[in-house]
Design a protein around this ligand. Structure first.
Ligand code: SF4
Ligand code: SF4
Length: 407
């Protein structure tokens, strides 16, 4: 007679997973908004805080020794933490950490309430469609490497999500917003719609996961073939017929283990030296996330992981005379105070030329430009003229020395 599995640890494991996913989503959303809104000392942008950025730049890093623009060493370190976690806990990043995955689960929760059930694509369509994410992965890696640019950035749903508060959202990320909307709308009906069919990071981690230490393992002796595990799986893995789940689609969410009613029939375990070491569902939920967090903390402690943007002066190494300052670094997100500091131009000069009070010079140029006409291109032109002859302050007419504009 099968022994009933205790419900409390299974419920706790699910609660831990949802709390972690929600906390990560809130944290990275706050960082994304702060990056858009704050001036000096703001958090780095989404590109420098995404492990997929590290993967995108791997080609240029290995063959040319450089990171593509917007990617930081932090992205590569995050990739290392993600791969390190995958070596032990398969795609735990997808199932237990990824905020885009959690957004899809939230959409799925809405769908469950509204539609009352989850749909699946017909098998003949589902299987080939799942190969699409490998094509997406290969195409992005190839295009990024050959162009040495983040070519996919305008179409990336996660980049779009992180610019939802940006005034330039639709101009810059219109396609990304559409992809995000399709991912979430699809997830209302089909579990983890984007993960299953289009996510390049999931495709990459799926390739690694086959070799991971801990996998979901079924004990055929105690299994009662109730198939509750199959029904609980958001990505359609046939758990009830597997001895060990090696399917690259498995996102290590643990929902199948949580659903299994029989003590010992299904658990996450590692097989070493002929014996299987099993972990409880709560231990897996905490252990996988703790491993990822420990790797990120170690990278932060090493001093190589930047959480905040360097100032213009730090980027160019320029001092108060601004001799080595490169005006090409002035962007929409640059603050006027940064330009003043890096170029060695007193704040009063900007007050006189553009009318920006000193108290407002900590604002980003993309915010100040509508009121004061100090767009990035305009300020670039002025700084160059000023360095040639500071007396230009007396004759400078804003808006006449440049034609181009950018963010
Ligand atoms: S097999 Fe289990 S752990 Fe893997 S995705 Fe399905 S429910 Fe989650
Ligand atoms: S949930 Fe799956 S593993 Fe557990 S008893 Fe039912 S069929 Fe077997």
């Amino acid at each position: 007679m099968a022994e009933k599995a205790p419900a409390a640890p299974r419920r706790r494991a699910r609660t831990v997973r949802w709390i972690v996913l929600a906390a990560v989503l809130v944290f990275v959303t706050a960082l994304g908004i702060a990056h858009q809104r704050l001036g000096v000392g703001k958090p780095v942008g989404v590109d420098a805080l995404c492990p997929f950025g590290g993967l995108e730049t791997l080609g240029t890093l290995v063959t040319g020794g450089f990171l593509v623009r917007r990617i930081a060493l932090s992205s590569v370190l995050l990739l290392g933490a993600t791969v390190g976690t995958a070596v032990v806990f398969r795609r735990a990043f997808c199932g237990r950490i990824c905020p885009l995955g959690f957004l899809q689960e939230l959409a799925g929760t809405v769908g469950r309430k509204v539609i009352g059930r989850r749909l699946t694509l017909p098998r003949a369509l589902d299987r080939p469609a799942r190969l699409l994410k490998y094509v997406v992965l290969a195409a992005i890696l190839w295009l990024t490497w050959s162009a040495a640019e983040l070519v996919i950035r305008p179409y990336d749903p996660w980049v779009a999500y992180n610019h939802l508060t940006s005034a330039d959202l639709f101009a810059e990320f219109g396609v990304g917003v559409a992809v995000l909307a399709i991912a979430l709308a699809g997830s209302v009906v089909y579990d983890r719609f984007f993960c299953k069919y289009a996510c390049p990071m999931g495709a990459f981690l799926g390739l690694i996961s086959r070799f991971s230490l801990f996998k979901v393992r079924r004990d055929a002796e105690t299994c009662i073939d109730c198939k509750l595990c199959d029904r609980a799986c958001p990505v359609g893995v046939a758990v009830s017929t597997a001895q060990t789940v090696t399917d690259p689609e498995c996102i290590d969410c643990g929902e199948c283990v949580t659903a299994c009613p029989v003590e010992g029939a299904l658990a996450t375990g590692a097989r070493t030296a002929g014996t299987t070491r099993r972990l409880g569902p709560v231990a897996v939920a905490l252990g996988s996330v703790a491993l990822f967090a420990a790797l990120v903390l170690a990278a932060t402690a090493s001093g190589s992981f930047a959480w905040t943007m360097p100032t213009l002066a730090e980027e160019t190494g320029s001092g108060t005379d601004g001799a080595s300052f490169d005006t090409a670094l002035i962007k929409g997100s640059t603050t006027m105070a940064e330009v003043s500091d890096a170029a060695g131009i007193p704040p009063e000069v900007f007050t006189r030329v553009y009318g920006v009070p000193a108290s407002e010079q900590t604002g980003q140029l993309k915010v100040l430009k509508d009121t004061y006409g100090c767009s990035p291109g305009e300020v670039r032109a002025f700084v160059e003229a000023y360095r040639t002859d500071p007396a230009v302050v007396d004759s400078w007419v804003p808006g006449t020395a440049h034609a181009e504009e950018e963010h």
